[in-house]
Write a protein that binds this ligand. Sequence first.
Ligand code: PLP
Length: 413
Amino acid sequence: MKYWKKLSNAEQDKRITEALSKNIDYKQKVSLGIPASKLDGNVFYEQASFLKEAPLLRTYVANPNHIGCHTLGESEEFFKGTQDIEREVIELLAVDVLKAEEGSCDGYVAAGGTEANIQAAWIYRNYFKQEHNAQQEEIALIGSQDTHYSIAKAANLLHLQWYSVPVHDDTRVIIEAELDKMVQQAAARGVKYFIIISNMATTMFGSVDDPGVYVDCMNRHNLQFKLHVDGAFGGFIFPVSTPESNVNFANPHISSVTLDAHKMLQAPYGTGIFIARKGLMPYVFTKEAQYVHGQDITLSGSRSGANAIAIWMILVTYGPHGWFEKINKLLYRTDWCCKQLDSLGVKYFRYPKMNIITIRAQYVPKAIAAKYGLVPDTHDDNPAWYKIVVMDHVEVEHLEAFLGELRIVSAKA
Ligand SMILES: Cc1ncc(COP(=O)(O)O)c(C=O)c1O
């Protein structure tokens, strides 16, 4: 690991205190023009004694605005201390988790996986327009049928066609013949440029796509593409559990990745992460953002710098080994649950070394699914699947109670 180290609470506190001291102190510095301030002291009492030991809460009170992207160009001077920590987070994740070369990526902390995915589609749409003179109708988004609905949102917002490729029902693997047919049909309709969304763990199944399947198809048909990986769910687990995978920046076909710290990392909401190879972010440069120092090349506009601090704190509290142990604990619980389901003859899907178990709905009576908070693939009357996501709060005892009820049902059947 080049950057990812474990730090004690005292070390974290020191680093964050230093960062905050480099940000604007509204009490000390006259700043007549910024439409921002610290949190309202009448409501959020800044002398509260617990704040002394809580650097994240101190950051919330200081209320840094991380508008823009801080891994390239210039940024607002007022918040440079905490922007440094955000830069550190992006570089750590790009290099140590996603195997990028040092200094080869840009990125920022987005509102969530949805924003990060839309940011990717926005960049590539503009890239094809600017670099290839592409017409709007010549650009399409493509991904598997298990792809998150944020891509359908992106297609809608950016006026792109969305091609959803069927997967095998049992394995959730892309059906290559269907992909080929779809791409051929799209090309016949005039599509020349594809924005590929390859999943590093789908929402419902935790399945990971092989990006090579898309790359081969595009090459067969001599089509231009850019490939984005949606790792909103899998980004903090799959690279750790499956380090030999090709779903990272060591794969030259992958241009950008979404991660979501507010899922597996248990960070506060508002901690999506977008990381792209250098040279791509400027395709969404908004020249009208004149009042922002540096370029605003993110979808968000104003966003809380405290979110970057929260991600950084979690990463350095665990360190890479602590995180590996935590992931393995969750995988142990998932393995255990799968073994029990096997012994009951219950059919389910589980992608290797992932923590999602997606059970065929016919094995789970609705009342049991509701009692244990299983999530269906659809909220209409007839779901086909229910999923269990083995997060930190899902303990073997909880799984055992659920399995106990399934056992009674299967004994009666
Ligand atoms: C694979 C995947 N992508 C994107 C998203 C969207 O993330 P968010 O809700 O943070 O916008 C999700 C959320 O569940 C997801 O599972």
